[in-house]
Design a binder for this molecule. Structure first.
Ligand code: C2O
Ligand code: CU
Ligand code: CU
Length: 495
């Protein structure tokens, strides 16, 4: 954990201890002395500053999930998961990504609006022991993003073993809007995952066909890498930055006492106004920022229902997307309340203008059909995985560009899911959902996004603002990582 230059690191411990520890933090005394379960681990915060290098290392490690022994994992500058990197819009951050693994990898900045040359997709490969130094010019509204490996054919296994981290973009508006923004106190990152463990406690990443078709799911629910944690929170409004970093499962969030909560932001930015809900479905790779009111000082659990979208043909038999508690909140009157009132207005946002689209394209997410399927399945030489999933009938091809958009234009992309719900994602763009299964999207999905759970059919208005040369295109894919690895991914250039 000496990997990150101390200059670029701020450890926020409430009282402002400028300590040097950069692994998981328990901010102040706030997270100690708990009733049930371990304290919610809060990832170290890296405050990136214009022009100052930030190092992130892909590495192996060991981690205790709070169930069973310490086991072999991977992480990003950490034994498991990674730090939270906070960047300011307008700054340019020179990153240094060290691949300390024994295999090739990449680091993709999911949700960042940056050119494909620094996007970290499969074309930005970092060999084992290698270093990659992309400079990221941050030019986008405040949002909760993340980063994870994206090597061709091996994304599922690498992310599952532990490599993922959160990136927070700030644009200065947060404080003005009256939103909680004291990291680790009333502004908490929540990285949701599910895992399966073997009898000896090791992580299981099954490679059987049924698991691959349904996506890797587990029976143990984790928040920030531990099972069943408790978070002490101020007895006011708290902002939760929730990331679904699971390989395949959807979370169906609600509170144990049924209390309402308020969605203030989606994948790519804040909403015009808070959206009051009592339940929220989150697909893999989606982010939501929510405000929760703990003024009544009562402890409450955040729960997930079972995954209603698990499985198509194969998934029915796979099962295993458990319902259950994710974490407990314990309000603590001793913690300072910064926000006691729900803001009414957030950011201005115009309605999407479908007439601005210059082209319409259709993409169907599908198993590969046709001759050859029943006999030998085509196997990718890079990944060793069968390439049985496709978009428009064609499994991913590293050397094939599937669409070319014109820089500075908008297009309507119609996404069709034929067999099961797929979380569809695009690199290097933000989009608005025009319709989902024929209807306007619910309010929490009406803002700028980069992931959409497609049950049957969705129409997206996509803005192409970032360049991608045809030799280094952007990806579009299903974010069930086993689907992506098996070929449900395509490439687009923006020129
Ligand atoms: Cu979250 Cu193509 O990635
Ligand atoms: Cu992405
Ligand atoms: Cu899928």
């Amino acid at each position: 954990m000496d990997l990150i230059s101390r200059r670029s690191l701020l450890v926020l411990a409430g009282a402002g201890a400028a300590g040097a520890a950069i692994n998981w933090l328990l901010p102040g005394s706030a997270q100690s002395a708990l009733g049930a379960g371990p304290a919610l681990p809060i990832p170290a915060l890296i405050e990136a500053r214009d022009g100052q290098p930030v190092t992130l290392a892909l590495q192996t490690g060991r981690h205790s999930f709070g169930v069973g022994p310490e086991v072999a994992t991977t992480g990003i500058s950490s034994g498991y998961l990674g730090p939270v990197v906070r960047v300011r819009s307008g700054d340019t951050i020179p990153f240094r990504v060290e691949n300390r693994l024994a295999e090739e990898s990449t680091l993709h900045w999911h949700g960042m609006l940056i050119p494909s040359s620094v996007d970290g997709g499969p074309h930005n490969s970092i060999r084992a022991g290698g270093v990659w130094q992309p400079a990221l010019a941050v030019r986008q509204p405040a949002a909760t993003l993340w980063f994870h490996p994206h090597p061709h054919g091996r994304t599922g296994r690498q992310v599952y073993s532990g490599m993922a981290g959160m990136m927070i973009v700030t644009d200065g508006a947060d404080r003005d809007l009256g939103l909680p923004n004291t990291y680790g106190v009333d502004d908490l990152p929540l990285v949701l995952q599910d895992k399966r463990f073997a009898r000896d406690g090791q992580l299981v990443y099954a490679a059987d066909m049924m698991t691959l078709m349904d996506g890797m799911r587990g029976d143990t629910l984790l928040v920030n890498g531990v099972a069943g944690p408790t978070a002490r929170v101020p007895a006011g409004f708290v902002r939760l930055r929730v990331l679904n970093a699971a390989n395949a499962r959807n979370f169906d969030l609600r509170f144990s006492d049924g209390r309402p909560f308020y969605v203030i932001g989606g994948d790519a930015g804040l909403l015009p106004a808070p959206v009051e809900l009592t339940g929220l479905v989150m697909a893999p790779a989606e982010r939501y920022e929510i405000l929760v009111d703990f003024t009544n000082r009562k402890p409450v659990d955040l729960l997930t229902g079972a995954d209603q979208h698990s499985g198509g043909m194969m998934g029915m038999m796979g099962g295993g997307s458990a319902a259950g508690p994710l974490l407990r909140f314990q309000p603590d009157a001793a913690l300072p309340v910064a926000v006691a009132r729900l803001p009414r207005v957030l950011v201005a946002s115009a309605a999407p203008d479908a007439k601005s689209a210059v082209t319409r394209r259709k993409f169907t997410l599908d198993p590969v059909m046709g001759p050859g399927m029943m006999g030998g399945r085509p196997v990718s030489s890079e990944s060793g995985l069968p390439q049985v999933l496709s978009i428009n009938g064609r499994p991913f091809g590293m050397d094939r560009v599937d669409a070319t958009a014109k820089l500075g234009t908008s297009e309507i992309w119609e996404i069709v899911a034929s067999d099961m719900a797929h979380p569809f994602h695009m690199h290097g763009v933000s989009f608005r959902i025009l319709t989902k299964d024929g209807a306007a999207p619910p309010a929490q999905e009406a803002g700028w996004k980069d992931v959409v759970l497609v049950q049957k059919r969705a129409e997206l208005l996509v803005n192409f603002t970032q360049p991608a040369a045809s030799h280094q295109p952007f990806m579009f894919h299903c974010h069930i990582l086993e689907h992506e690895d098996q070929g449900m991914m395509g490439q687009f250039a923006v020129v």
